[in-house]
Design a protein around this ligand. Sequence first.
Ligand SMILES: [Zn+2]
Length: 165
Amino acid sequence: MYIVGSSGDAASSNGEGQQVKVKRAKQGHPRTTEWKREANKRRRMKGESYTGFAKSDSGLYKQSLTKEPRRLGPPCCCKKGKQGKVLKCSEFSEDVRSEVFRTFWSEMNWDQRKVFVASNVDKVMKQRTRTEEDTSRRGHSYVYHLKMEKFVSVFARKCFCQLYV
Ligand SMILES: [Zn+2]
């Protein structure tokens, strides 16, 4: 059993909130607005660029934020992954990484994604405590892996998240 340490790799990035472009909201025919909203929803689900909500000067949320399309994150650059003893994030080729990314964003809906991620992340109880400090922390950690045909590989959380941003 591989255990992902709770130190390091803590930062996750979701790739959102960058490249913010504010557009002026347009008044449209109600039907057009409804159609646009649906199209926008579809785009968001497919990982394409879409219009999100941004807080305006008056403090109200307006649909005026252009979100960039989802892009595959960079390959593993973590220390443990490079050593390759415990974490195997660098074992996946770019082909496999882009295939996982493509399937995830173009062939699954939100529910399927939830199931997919849940089936690849296991919560494990910590086996031992090394320091006093550790005892105050949560008593479990998460193991991130990719269960593909005959192949289970363990990822650092950061690298796992890079696959789906
Ligand atoms: Zn890694």
